[in-house]
Structure formats: C-alpha cells, structure tokens
Ligand binder design. Structure first.
Ligand code: SF4
Ligand code: SF4
Length: 247
C-alpha cells in the first residue's frame, strides 16, 4: 500500500489542462491539411492520382477529410509544395460538406450553442457502437477515460446501455451484419439524441469504400450531428469535438 501511495506522489497530477492550456502534439502528427493554392496544377493532379482514397480534387485544390486516411502520400509526393499537414487537431465539423476543405474550416460555436449546449452542457452520456471498426478508432475513444484525458471531469461518460445514453458514437464502416444492431441501438436511445460519426470509415466507408459489404457513410442511415475525421482521429480531436459541441 505504501508503495502505491509513494508511486502516486512521485507521479503527481498527470491530467492535461486542455482546453485552458494549448496542447502541442508530436511533430509527426498529421492534422488539418494546409493546401497550397499556388502549387502547379500538374503536381496537384499527380497527388490526386496517387491518393489511395480518391480524396483530392485537383481542379478545385481541396481535400475531402471524410475520405482522407492521413497517410501522408500527397505531402511526401509534393514535398509539401501542394499539401502539408499542420499540427492542428481541431478538425471536427457539424456538416459533412465542410469536410471538403481548402485548408480552412468554419467555426462551430454557433451551431453547437443552438443545438447542444443547453441540453447536454452539464452531463453527456455516450454509447459507443463499433460497427466493424478495426479497433483503432475504438481504442482512441477508450483512451479518453485514462488519467491524461479524464473525460469524466467534464461530465461526459461512456455508458453500457443505449437507454442511458444521450448520444451514440459510431465507428467502423458499418458492415451489413452490423447495420441492424446499429439501427436498433439508435431506436433504443431516448430522444433528444445526438449521432456522432468517428473516423473515416463511419463518415465515408474509409479504406473499405466501394465494397458492397459496407455502408458509404453513416449519414445515409441516420441524421449525423458531428463528424470527427481521421484514421483514427487522435484522442485530442475527439476531446476537442466533444468539448466544443457540448460544453
Ligand atoms: S493524406 Fe489523405 S489526401 Fe493525402 S494521399 Fe493520403 S489519403 Fe489522400
Ligand atoms: S477509420 Fe481507420 S482507424 Fe477507424 S475503424 Fe476505420 S480503418 Fe480503423
């Protein structure tokens, strides 16, 4: 017991102070893409052709973050001259169309104030549905319960039953076998309820897009309120989205 107490004292207080204090992620992290509009058209086309997710529109010079898996191919290929990724992890949006970005994102404050803050500002209970995810999105949601992120200090928790939930958080490309379970979970959640799509798979089908076994976007099945892009989204991206929308 003494050992445990000593260890606790030695480790000190580990929870981050976000959003009061800014957090800088490790240099290799890929967040909001910066798209250089002055890049040669040829280079943009080369990047579009090399993109495994067909996420680049070379003519408009935009990236669809809903499809992007942040693999970095376009950045490497263009040596940062067409696309370079910033460390900005605050990339969630309330409307899917805003994920198609030229490197800028609209402000979320008004939308969240109107729709969520009054209802869920003090307490928000989430039910996670893994609809055939690879477990990376799920793991990076799970980690929010650890001392560094400590999601519960904001009154946000994951619960075991949709009947106790205010929102469902969906990960994975929604395979045919998971569709019914997902829709039943949605039905079992009392209104008013929120639907959150986490990760490229849930938003567009991700790397599985084009397969007849998956759904190409949660919004084709349910009304989605929040889109959190990434493959998987960094826990800080998830934390930012939840705090920004509900707190
Ligand atoms: S980082 Fe995104 S846009 Fe760039 S090549 Fe990979 S998937 Fe495509
Ligand atoms: S978005 Fe990426 S990390 Fe998340 S479930 Fe799909 S493949 Fe896995």
């Amino acid at each position: 017991m003494l050992k445990i107490l000593f260890n606790r004292l030695e480790q000190g207080y580990r929870t981050n102070n976000y959003p009061k204090e800014k957090i800088t992620l490790f240099p290799r992290y890929r967040g909001l893409p910066s798209i250089h509009q002055d890049a040669p058209d040829d280079l943009a086309r080369q990047c579009a052709a090399a993109c495994p997710q067909d996420a680049i529109d070379a003519d408009r010079k935009v990236i669809d973050m809903g499809r992007c898996i942040f693999c970095g191919t376009c950045e490497r290929l263009s040596k940062g001259k067409f696309v370079s990724f910033t460390g900005n992890f605050e990339i969630s949006v309330s409307e899917k169309k805003h994920l198609i970005t030229d490197g800028t994102l609209p402000s979320l404050a008004e939308h969240s104030k109107k729709h969520f803050k009054k209802l869920f500002g003090r307490s928000l209970q989430l039910r996670q549905v893994s609809a055939a995810g690879c477990n990376a999105c799920e793991a990076d949601l799970n980690v929010l319960a650890t001392p560094f992120f400590d999601l519960a200090r904001f009154g946000i928790n994951f619960v075991a039953s949709p009947r106790h939930a205010d929102a469902i958080v969906v990960t994975g490309p929604i395979s045919r076998n998971m569709k019914t379970a997902l829709l039943q979970t949605y039905e079992a959640t009392p209104s008013p309820k929120v639907v959150i799509a986490v990760g490229s798979c849930a938003i567009t089908g991700g790397p599985f897009r084009g397969s007849g076994e998956v759904t190409e976007g949660l919004d084709t099945l349910l009304p989605v309120d929040l889109f959190i892009p990434g493959c998987p989204p960094h826990p800080m991206t998830n934390l930012h989205a939840l705090l920004r929308f509900f707190k």
